[in-house]
Structures are given as structure tokens and as C-alpha cells.
Design a protein around this ligand. Structure first.
Ligand SMILES: Cc1cc2nc3c(=O)[nH]c(=O)nc-3n(C[C@H](O)[C@H](O)[C@H](O)COP(=O)(O)OP(=O)(O)OC[C@H]3O[C@@H](n4cnc5c(N)ncnc54)[C@H](O)[C@@H]3O)c2cc1C
Length: 418
């Protein structure tokens, strides 16, 4: 096991180093400890820390359970979630995740990420992962024997860590994509999100607090809002292409967000008594991709690989899925057994990511919105869509996952004809 008492100019060694203690890093750490390997997690920040990405999908529960963290997540008192509700002008569409095609959990939670990420990281630490908060990865070299990592600890100390295998779970920090020249521009347009937490004061029963509420701008179908209920408070945010925000540039962030919300009656009528009492945050240009998800003695997890778009809350699910796929492969590799990283990791992961991609693109070009707001779909088709929205984007027994684009277009034609 690595030692971490005094890192100044010393060389540590570990079986697996993980950059970042977000959901991808902590789930990977927990799973890899189950194989008995030493795991060192290098986390730049101190927890608890804020993170965007609060609406989970039920598919996550499988990975949380596998990593031995179900009990602590369930005990935390997070807000129950069983679906997604969409609204645009006078149209509404609801998806109940318990009525889905795929087997598996149909419910999950909406989580304050500072608390949630801390629980996962504590879960990994309790299984023996060495989590080093305040340790920032500065430089990396890799070859077939492993990775050498230059780390800055607090107080100006730096040290080297040698790992037999390196996982980059650094999220939007994108450590290996930057250091190893792996960046690839995303095919998604650059979007911006403005968001905050509010004391919502929404009248009891005015909306279903068991669902994430997605509101679409009545005049611009590619501008949408989330309302994610917690216990007593809500997360609220708007997403649009960068250019949309230019006409509000003269406003202070709080007034900017409130002005944009006021354009959307389905949302603003819910929030008439809300108090915007927390810092307004903005994030731009978050869609990203990489040339390759793996290389000599390393692989990329979660957002360090690809991030598509927040609209279907798929980010944490993809992050956890990548961790669940990689853990047994790293174990095999460390035991000297051959691994086909392309087939067993990249292709597997990409299948679900590409399913989400089809749905994200169809949401913004309006095809999926037509389907969501149609009340003529047969029950089984709605259950198949529900499965994807619940995160089961890798379940190839679902015809909509097996052939996402072709089947989605067929449903769209059906809805258009009716
Ligand atoms: C506007 C918006 C809304 C979103 N909403 C949702 C949602 O509702 N549901 C959902 O599932 N997803 C959502 N997402 C996506 C979600 O935020 C991410 O997909 C998810 O957090 C990715 O997890 P991760 O573990 O890959 O990375 P992260 O959670 O980002 O964790 C990465 C960690 O790495 C650390 N790190 C970075 N650089 C270094 C370094 N050099 N050295 C050491 N440590 C480092 C960071 O401090 C951080 O703790 C949203 C994204 C956006 C942009």
C-alpha cells in the first residue's frame, strides 16, 4: 500500500491511482478495493465541495450497490425521485420510471452533490482507498509498465506517485486529455447554463416533487430549464446556446436568471414566492470528447472522457457505468491477463453514450419533444422511452437501445401522423 505521511520529494507506489473523487473516481475506488488492489485517489479539492449534476437516474443504484455504498446513500435523507415531467406552454408529458421496459431499479434520489460525493468518497475510504484531499495532479507520463504522476500537495510540497494503472476521473478538470493531447472537440454546440439553489416556497401539490421538472421555453424549443426538488429547497437552472444569453448580458446574474425564468409561465408561476438566496453560478462550453478512452496503462472515466449535455441527467450515470466497466478489466490487467480495451471498455461504454446522444440531439431538434408531448403512443413504447430516461441506455433488449436513431425516427413519424 502507498504511504502518505510525508510526500515531500518522496516516491510513493500504488496499484491503481485515480485522479478525482467525484462519482466516477469513488465508485471505481470502491470496486477496485473489492479485488484487493491498493488504490490511491488524488483529489484536488477538499470535500464537501459544490458540484453541478444533482438529478440521478435509477440505473445509478446498481453501481452504488455494487460498490457497497447503497446503505449510506439511502440513509442520507435525499429527496426520492421516480421520474421526469416535461412542460412546454400548455403541453405536459410525464415519465414514471417504475413503468419502464428494462429490469432494475425504478427509483433513485435528487442529491445535493456536496453531500452525495462526500458519502461516496467516505464509502471508498472505509473500504481502504487512500483518498488524498488537496492533492492536485500536475504531470503524468505513462508506458506499458504503469504511470508516473507528479502531485502537488498543500504547503508547496510535490511528490511522485508510481501506479501500475492510472484512471482519470477528473471530470471537467480533464487532466489526461490536456496532458496527453487527447482532446477532441464535441459535436454538440457550445451551450451555457445559469443555475442556483432556491428556497422555493412552492405551494404543496403544485408540482410533483418526486420528479425532475423540465420546462421548455415557449418561444424557443432549444432553451430549457430544470427544477430539481430537494427537501424544502430546489435547484433551478436554464440551458441554452451561448448566443441566447447575449441579450441579457447587461443584467446582474441573479436578475438575468430571474428575467429568463419570467419568460416561461409554466415555471415562473411555480416560483412566484421563491427566494433566490444563493450564489448564481454559470458554466459554459462543457460538451467535450476525446480521441481515445484508453492508452498505455491508463483509461478515462466519466466526464474526463466525454460529456454530452445535461438535458437527460445522464452524466453521473455514465460516470458510474464507466467505473463499473473498467474495474474488472483493470483487475484482469494487473493479474497479467490480456484485456481488449477497445471491445471490452470503449465500445461497451460508447454504446450507451450514443443512445443518450441520439435522444439529446432529438430533444434539441424538436423530434423528441413531439414524442414526449404526444398522448397517442402505445404503453409499451412509452415504457421503452422511460427505460432510457431512467438510465438503462445499455440494455440492448430494449429495441430503442438496439437501434436508437431508426426506432426514434419511426416513433416520431407515428406521432406526426396522429
Ligand atoms: C449544467 C449541468 C447540469 C448537470 N446536471 C446533471 C444532472 O442533473 N444529473 C447528472 O447525472 N449529471 C448532470 N450533469 C453532469 C455531471 O455534473 C457530471 O457528469 C458528473 O459530475 C461527472 O462525474 P465525474 O466523476 O466524471 O467528475 P466530477 O464529478 O466532476 O469529479 C471530478 C473530480 O476531479 C477533481 N479534479 C479535477 N482536476 C484535478 C486534478 N488536477 N487533480 C486532482 N483532482 C482533480 C475535481 O476536484 C472533482 O472533485 C450536469 C452537468 C452540467 C454542465
Amino acid at each position: 500500500m502507498a504511504t502518505s505521511s510525508d510526500h515531500n520529494n518522496t516516491i510513493d507506489a500504488t496499484d491503481i491511482a485515480i485522479i478525482g473523487a467525484g462519482p466516477a473516481g469513488s465508485i471505481a475506488a470502491g470496486l477496485l478495493r473489492q479485488y484487493g488492489h491498493s488504490v490511491t485517489v488524488l483529489e484536488h479539492q477538499h470535500f464537501p465541495r459544490f458540484s453541478v449534476g444533482e438529478s440521478l437516474l435509477p440505473q445509478c443504484m446498481e453501481f452504488i450497490r455494487q460498490a457497497g455504498m447503497q446503505e449510506s446513500v439511502e440513509a442520507a435523507g435525499f429527496r426520492f425521485k421516480n421520474g421526469a415531467a416535461f412542460a412546454c406552454h400548455d403541453k405536459t408529458g410525464q415519465f414514471d420510471f417504475t413503468h419502464k421496459f428494462s429490469a432494475g431499479d425504478g427509483t433513485i434520489f435528487q442529491v445535493e452533490r456536496d453531500k452525495f460525493d462526500q458519502i461516496l468518497a467516505d464509502g471508498a475510504a472505509s473500504q481502504g482507498a487512500d483518498i488524498r484531499y488537496g492533492h492536485k495532479v500536475l504531470a503524468v507520463t505513462t508506458d506499458t509498465n504503469g504511470a508516473s504522476i507528479e502531485v502537488a500537495a498543500e504547503g508547496g510540497q510535490t511528490y511522485s506517485l508510481h501506479a501500475r494503472y492510472l484512471l482519470d476521473a477528473s471530470g471537467f478538470g480533464r487532466v489526461l486529455p490536456r496532458l496527453l493531447d487527447l482532446e477532441l472537440p464535441s459535436t454538440m454546440p457550445s451551450r451555457t447554463s445559469l443555475f442556483t439553489h432556491i428556497e422555493d416556497n412552492i405551494i404543496e401539490g403544485a408540482f410533483d416533487r418526486d420528479k425532475i421538472s423540465i420546462h421548455i421555453h415557449p418561444q424557443q424549443c432549444n432553451v430549457w430549464f430544470w427544477l430539481i426538488p430537494f427537501q424544502g429547497r430546489c435547484s433551478v437552472g436554464v440551458v441554452a446556446e451561448d448566443s441566447f444569453f447575449q441579450r441579457y448580458a447587461h443584467l446582474e446574474p441573479k436578475e438575468r436568471l430571474q428575467t429568463i425564468i419570467a419568460e416561461v409561465p409554466t415555471l415562473s408561476e411555480l416560483l412566484t414566492k421563491s427566494r433566490f438566496d444563493t450564489e448564481i453560478r454559470q458554466i459554459s462550453g462543457y460538451a467535450c470528447d476525446v480521441k481515445n478512452l484508453y492508452g498505455n496503462s491508463y483509461a478515462l472515466l466519466g466526464n474526463a472522457g466525454e460529456f454530452l449535455d445535461p438535458v437527460f441527467s445522464s452524466g453521473v450515470t455514465i460516470a458510474m457505468k464507466s467505473a463499473a466497466l473498467i474495474a474488472p478489466l483493470v483487475d484482469q490487467h494487473l493479474k497479467g491477463k490480456p484485456v481488449d480495451w477497445q471491445q471490452e471498455y470503449a465500445t461497451q461504454l460508447k454504446h450507451g453514450v450514443n443512445t443518450f446522444r441520439t435522444y439529446v440531439e432529438a430533444f434539441y431538434d424538436g423530434r423528441l419533444q413531439k414524442i414526449i408531448f404526444s398522448d397517442t403512443q402505445p404503453h409499451d413504447i412509452r415504457a421503452m422511452i422511460s427505460s432510457i430516461l431512467a438510465g438503462y441506455a445499455w440494455d440492448k433488449s430494449n429495441p430503442l437501445v438496439a437501434k436508437p436513431e431508426a426506432r426514434l425516427n419511426a416513433i416520431y413519424e407515428l406521432c406526426n401522423a396522429s
